[in-house]
Ligand binder design. Sequence first.
Ligand code: WTA
Length: 650
Amino acid sequence: MSPSPDIHPVDPDVAANARIDRDAYERLYAESVADPERFWGRVGERLEWMRTPTRIKDVDFDARNLHIRWYADGELNASVNCLDRHLEARGDKTALVFEPDDPEHGAQHISYRALHERVCKLANALRSLGVRKGDRVTIYLPMIPEAAVAMLACARVGAIHSVVFGGFAANSIADRVADCESKLIITADEGRRGGRTVPLKANVDAALKLPGTNSVETVLVVRHTGAAVDMQMPRDRWYDAVTKDQPAQCEPERMNAEDPLFILYTSGSTGKPKGVLHTTGGYLVYASYTHELVFDLREDDVYWCTADVGWVTGHSYIVYGPLANGATALMFEGVPNHPDTSRFWQVVDKHQVTIFYTAPTAIRALMRDGDGPVKRTSRSSLRLLGSVGEPINPEAWRWYYEVVGDSRCPVVDTWWQTETGGIMISPLPGATDLKPGSATRPFFGVRPALVDTNGAILEGEAEGNLVILDSWPGQMRTVYGDHQRFIDTYFRTYPGTYFSGDGCRRDADGDYWITGRVDDVINVSGHRIGTAEVESALVSHPKVAEAAVVGFPHDIKGQGIYAYVTLLAGEMSSEELRKELVAHVRSEIGPIATPDHLQWAPGLPKTRSGKIMRRILRKIAENAPDQLGDTSTLADPSVVQSLVDERLGR
Ligand code: WTA
């Protein structure tokens, strides 16, 4: 087959210097799936173990006997791997570059030695406050170095951290604190984003007034903006006061490879967010190995991932992967358009960033402003670009490649999930021909397959549901506190495989193209929102009888949130009430769940058994009333016409 013009072949110069070229990829991939024990045993040697593992892989994907264990007899500490291990050779190397929201505030450079000391002091403080191995600690911080310090300090004492994104409101914090019964919360007085402040401590105070949060004994407060906040003694303690006099050394806890490292809550298609649990050994092997190879890491790289530590991308590719690799990682507190839309590129120039990893939604938003704000900057330090979080449309890919990267830097479009711990499908810069919009090939050890709705595996060129046939070390191990939900969510749909929840196409070359979620999860600007969560927030309002929420295509966000609301009998719809309901969702879940559209629905399309037909609601939201398909199974087909009329403003 002749290559289509949309293929960007591997740059020979990149390949010549890369860790993995085309031949190495083929050879290692074949080995990784033929003999995972041997392959991952060898890769596992990249970590510093307190006890070297001899049992590498112990996995059964059969729902009746499901278990996933990697390096099960190994012992290690994640913070030792991210810090102590580098002190001798890289003690003075910058581990974290901090770029604040306000460029006038000046950047900070934190060496591995300094980071080690800060982590040890906080770890000692945590122990002095009674935090022990296995305890849960919630982290609700802005994108400041203390967020990484807090995660690593938890890891050092064996506490399981649960980072809650700063864009979540009190209710969401409370739900997450209650679910894992956190003993301690680490927060800040306020966060800063795009010149505004976020009242983090006040949100925590409000959360701790809600039921189920009694487990919290201590709230540590980082003084960040210096704003006055209520301190409730003895519960609330200043971070600087409790850490200041602690020793700069701290004995790390010996952790089994399968001891939990962290919980991260993520939205599913039903019910409340689930606590995705990752363990220590396999996760760290996988995060660091993927980080090294996908970004073809070099010792002098300045690596910048723009994600927030509140998401898995921040966990694996700002903190654990890069620091385990001894890399220099940039942490950015701000947003792409503050003070102006050149900010990303100004930061690239200021810190001579070589690897830049961001989300398609940011690229699309910046693209709308044209090439000017990019071209005003040099970006000559860049050598590699990455994309994550949602499908990148080819148009945005090309702009990223041509304008941001001056057609010089390969783009790695990395597909993965909170559940997978690390990158699963992605080009390797020295090995893979690039195609705008395709995540291309599986990483080592990853065995993707496409299945039809009956679970039959599709061969060759095909489109279907994406499953993974065998385990990889970074895989989540359970849903915290609900192992049955883990089995039911991921291993029952297509028995014997891990079901991703994504649809996907494989082309004639064997490259994968992710088409998006096939369940009731909406991907808004790369953030997962469950339709059920938004619906339950809406129906918790006293005037709402029923709500149905679907995603619809959105130019910048990828998908937007579209809500249909039925009011209780006797309640009148009004512009004011619409605003009130939107505000209600923001305060129940957080600003990231703000509905983009809220349509009044006198009735919802339901089957005779009462099931809401979302397929129809999606089409109406998309403004495609001619594609509603079969409506004959509806209990009351006239409902649809009235929704269509309202949508079209008739
Ligand atoms: C989507 C983020 C297409 C996908 C790391 C997945 C992507 C969900 C890509 C996970 C990509 C992530 N191309 N879609 N490169 N990366 N997704 O858990 O739908 O926040 O299931 O993890 O994002 O989102 P999560």
